[in-house]
Design a protein around this ligand. Structure first.
Ligand code: 5GP
Length: 217
């Protein structure tokens, strides 16, 4: 039994501000190391965006089905984000871990903390931008959101920055290829950044708040 348990892959939670590029990082990590990692596909009640496919980006389900999954204990965690529900299905995660894969959960912070409580060995990694200004520039540069939506995302980022000290480590997403390698070293070799998470959290919270308020005047 122990021998089988030992082969189980590790769980890693990747969270980060909207626009920080965590989705791209995770995608590249999986492309580069397909035998090492597997991605958990979440269930959500939000509608698919253009180009998204059921079962690839998410399992797109109704609120009623989502509540059913919660009731039957089929989700490891769930959270509400922007009026929609998101959750991590139990069975695929168990199956992928039993296959020895390191399973990545790309989820927001409330869910991340629930996973840590349930599986204390989970590695909680928070992806941050090189600085607050870069985040705002990336959000603005997408060109897909109104300035009110950008402000909303920045305000949420302020709240999320406060949770950084509850995470195990941060990864600064500057250069994509370097960040992918750094992420791999952190997950598979236990490399750590050595960053002072409390200090970084306070600074980001302050800088993001200033940037949010700049536009409101
Ligand atoms: P989006 O709608 O932009 O795809 O995702 C919105 C937020 O929900 C992102 O921060 C994403 O990481 C998070 N998210 C995606 N799947 C899950 C999940 O299963 N559980 C939780 N707690 N958050 C999730």
């Amino acid at each position: 039994m122990d021998a089988i348990m030992d082969k189980n892959g590790v769980l890693t939670v990747i969270s980060g501000f909207s626009g920080v590029g965590k989705g791209t990082l995770v995608k590249k990590l999986l492309e580069k190391y397909p035998d090492v990692y597997a991605l958990s596909i979440s269930a959500t009640t939000r509608s698919p965006r253009p180009g998204e496919e059921n079962g690839r980006e998410y399992y797109f389900i109704t609120k009623r089905s989502f509540k059913g999954l919660i009731r039957r204990g089929k989700l490891y965690e769930h959270a509400e984000y922007n009026g929609n529900f998101y959750g991590t299905p139990v069975e695929p995660v168990d199956r992928m871990r039993a296959e020895g894969k390191n399973v990545i959960l790309e989820i927001e912070v409330q869910g991340g903390l629930q996973i840590k409580e349930r599986f204390p060995d989970t590695f909680l990694l928070f992806v941050v931008p090189p600085d607050a200004k870069t985040l705002k520039a990336r959000l603005t540069g997408r060109g897909t959101e109104t300035s009110e939506q950008i402000r909303g995302r920045l305000r949420r980022a302020v709240e999320e920055a406060a949770v950084i000290p509850d995470y195990d480590d941060i990864l600064v997403n500057g250069n994509l290829d370097e960040s992918v390698e750094e992420m791999h070293r952190m997950i598979s070799e236990g490399a750590r950044s050595g960053a002072d998470l409390r200090e970084l959290s306070v600074k980001l919270e302050k800088d993001l708040k200033t940037l949010t308020e700049e536009d409101e005047t």
